[in-house]
Design a protein around this ligand. Structure first.
Ligand code: 13P
Ligand code: SF4
Length: 330
């Protein structure tokens, strides 16, 4: 497919690598190494389209965790961000889990350091801790159940009247509080740098130009965007909606990588990326997700590094709330 539509400047080019290979050679090398290593490539919708096209499975955070939980491969190559690869490792301690770029982090995970979180939780000793999967293994280990954007409402509802703290995304927390009718939900005040950046004013301008368009938004967006959304869902939920809706035009308020699979699922429909505040930046692309490149994917398969590891005492504690989520999501 053509390059993804982006707003403003493209992200900086990947650093010059030691490899002197054409994209075709890289792709062929990745396919060959994948077979030699008995590896599976799992990719999130926010990855570059070339990476999505080479992956064995592309999905949202929940689907990727489910795929990681049942893979028979010896090596999991996680094309996403660190907390996703970490979750795969927690589920598969005996497998090798590699990520093309170990520095691919997440503003939500980074904004919720475990020591601070542990101290904060002391204020709520009688609360259940529901943590969004976008957090570190250490934060997961302090949680009762993990959720993703596709099951957060269901999981909070399933906890009945129990008092709940929700971390680390305050916008998802506010959305869940509303949907589950839990105004008492206590939320950690983290945000996603990508979804925080969409502009309500510019969105209204776009809607004025495309009055028949529907706004579809990820629940990590702030209320200024969500209040105009016709549909709010996880990445896979948004793709599904664009495919099934009789509407022709959608303004898509989430990371622009989603447009690749969304366009394949809804051919002929018009997909317009929601605009960020700053016209001159490519802020609708996650700088962490975009650290992964085809070259780095090739290298991590060739060298089996960088590997993602989780200390065993953290892993066993983090596993329980992840397993609880998987059980509650069938
Ligand atoms: P989902 O994949 O659950 O839609 O969440 C997107 C996300 O935040 C990835 O960073
Ligand atoms: Fe984290 Fe936001 Fe990037 Fe997702 S898009 S990985 S939530 S920074």
């Amino acid at each position: 497919m053509d390059k993804l539509p982006v707003i403003g400047n493209a992200p900086p080019p990947a650093p010059v690598s030691e490899l002197d290979m054409t994209p075709d050679e890289l792709e062929a090398g990745i396919v060959r190494l994948k077979a030699e290593r008995n590896a599976v490539i799992l990719a999130h919708y926010y990855q570059e389209s070339e990476i999505q096209d080479l992956a064995d499975f592309v999905g949202d955070s929940l689907q990727l965790s489910q795929a990681a939980a049942k893979t028979q491969a010896d090596v999991i190559v996680f094309c996403g961000v660190h907390f996703m690869a970490e979750t795969a490792k927690i589920l598969n301690p005996t497998k090798i889990v590699v990520i093309p770029d170990l520095e691919a982090g997440c503003s939500l995970a980074d904004g919720c350091p475990a020591p601070l979180f542990e101290r904060w939780l002391k204020q709520y000793p009688d609360h259940k801790v529901v943590s969004y999967i976008n957090c570190s293994a250490e934060v997961k280990a302090l949680s009762d159940v993990i959720c993703t954007s596709s099951n957060a409402v269901k999981i909070v509802k399933a906890l009945g009247d129990h008092k709940i703290v929700f971390a680390p995304d305050r916008h998802l927390g506010a959305f869940v509080a509303k949907q589950a009718n839990r105004p008492d939900l206590v939320t950690w005040q983290g945000t996603c740098i990508v979804h925080e950046t969409f502009s309500e004013k510019r969105l209204l301008g776009l809607l004025a130009q495309h009055p028949d368009a529907e706004v579809i938004a990820h629940p990590e967006c702030h209320e200024g965007i969500l209040r105009h959304a016709h549909h709010i869902a996880s990445t896979s939920g948004l793709i599904d909606y664009a495919k099934k809706s009789p509407k022709q035009t959608f303004i898509v308020a989430t990371e622009a990588g989603i447009l690749h699979k969304m366009q394949q699922a809804a051919p002929g429909k018009t997909l317009i990326p929601a605009p960020p505040d700053d016209e001159s930046c490519a802020c609708n692309m996650c700088p962490h997700m975009r650290r992964n490149t085809l070259e780095k994917l090739y290298l991590c398969l060739r060298d089996l590094k960088p590997q993602v590891d989780v200390p065993e005492h953290v892993r066993v504690k983090a596993l329980k709330p992840i397993e609880r989520m998987l059980e509650m999501s069938v």
